[in-house]
Design a protein around this ligand. Structure first.
Ligand code: IPM
Ligand code: MG
Length: 370
């Protein structure tokens, strides 16, 4: 198989973890006999510095003509004082909108070997296996007006939570499709006791649910969901929600695994290409220190193999390599237990690559798919 992958490393640790994902993909390509062509594009702060805009036309065209997009992270203190429309984050929002990436899929997976890292008790987080499906191109992030105004001579500001029904419907349908391949339960999270947009969200969920008799639908208010996520996370299978709610709840959900550095994501569109990025940011405090956890990015690359290219065995080989390295006790700083040693970003990448190239493990996986 031959595929074109657009790589947008971005800022801060985005660059370090992206390098890791690319080298793991190259190794997987060699192992399984695929050719991946990587083309690089600028996004975020670096793009502002070099091109005066957080999402240059060239980058967008590159993405549109590729089979999939890998993105690191954007942002940093250097660009924090810029006006809203040229912030690094604007590049990320624009690429999501331009590529029509309406659903952001964030799996939250329990790893027994690092369960001690979570501040939550082991009996609470044990066996967690859920997916947050976050609406990504509408809601509070994109509604107009979004601006500074004056009211009665006083400074004021407004953001708008706007949805067309069809935008709600397609993301909820995605959640139902996903749940029907998993444990068969959708939790639709809203604030229907207060927000009109949430009442339409809830109604729409009910309508879509009629088409999926095999999937159970449950509604949950977002404040309660924030509590239930840490109180009883095993009750969740697929959680689907508005853009901003999903942003907040997915960071919270990462605590179940132990670290934000463990959570990958895939953003899907109607026509493709899909975009893959870790849910963490550019982590300016540790950028350039070879200390970031590359696992979220590497697992995002595995999701790309599975969801964009249908390479199931290859994706599983990477996921197994990650698990193997964690089981063997390798820890970047964010997942180290007090008193245990840590490895650098590059050492972690090398260890995962070595585990991937472990032929016996590969043989077992390929056998399972034969
Ligand atoms: C995320 C991030 C972004 C978001 C930021 C960097 C704009 O927090 O992907 O979750 O809010 O969507
Ligand atoms: Mg976020």
């Amino acid at each position: 198989m031959e595929k074109r992958i657009a790589v947008l490393p971005g800022d801060g640790v985005g660059k370090e973890v992206t390098r890791g994902a690319v080298s793991i993909l190259e190794a997987a390509g060699e192992l399984f006999g695929h050719k991946f062509h990587f083309s690089y594009g600028a996004i975020g702060g670096e793009a502002i510095d070099d091109h005066g805009t957080p999402l240059p036309e060239h980058t967008l065209n590159l993405c549109k003509t590729s089979d999939a997009v890998l993105l690191g992270a954007v942002g940093g203190p250097k660009w924090d004082r810029l006006p809203g429309h040229i912030r690094p984050e604007k590049g990320l929002l624009k690429i999501r909108k331009e590529l029509g990436l309406y659903a952001n899929v964030r799996p939250v997976q329990y790893y027994s070997s690092i369960s001690g890292v979570s501040p939550l008790r082991k009996d609470v987080v044990e066996g967690v296996d859920m997916v947050v499906v976050r609406e990504l191109t509408g809601g509070l992030y994109f509604g107009k007006p979004s601006e500074r105004t004056f009211q009665k001579g006083e400074a004021a500001a407004v953001d708008t939570l706007f949805y067309q029904k069809k935008e709600i419907e397609r993301v909820i349908r995605y959640a139902f499709e996903l749940a029907s391949t998993r444990k068969g339960k959708v939790t639709s999270v809203d604030k229907a006791n207060v927000l009109e947009s949430s009442r339409m969200w809830r109604e729409t969920a009910e309508e879509v649910a009629k088409e999926y008799p095999g999937v159970q639908l449950e509604h949950m208010l977002v404040d309660n969901a924030a509590m239930q996520l840490i109180k009883n996370p095993r009750q969740f299978d697929v959680l689907v929600t508005e853009n901003m709610f999903g942003d907040i709840l997915s960071d919270e959900a990462s605590v179940l695994t132990g670290s934000l550095g463990m959570l990958p994501s895939a953003s899907v569109s109607e026509e493709g290409p899909y975009l893959y990025e870790p849910i963490h940011g550019s982590a300016p405090d540790i950028a350039g220190m070879d200390a970031a956890n590359p696992i979220a990015m590497i697992l995002s690359a595995a999701m790309m193999l599975r969801m964009s290219f249908g390479l199931y065995a290859e994706a599983e080989a990477i996921e197994n390599a990650v698990k193997q390295v964690l089981d063997a006790g390798s820890r970047t700083r964010d997942i180290a237990l007090f008193g245990s040693g840590t490895v650098s970003t590059s050492a972690m990448i090398e260890e995962i690559k070595a585990a991937l190239l472990d032929n016996e493990a590969i043989y077992n996986i390929m056998g399972a798919y034969a």
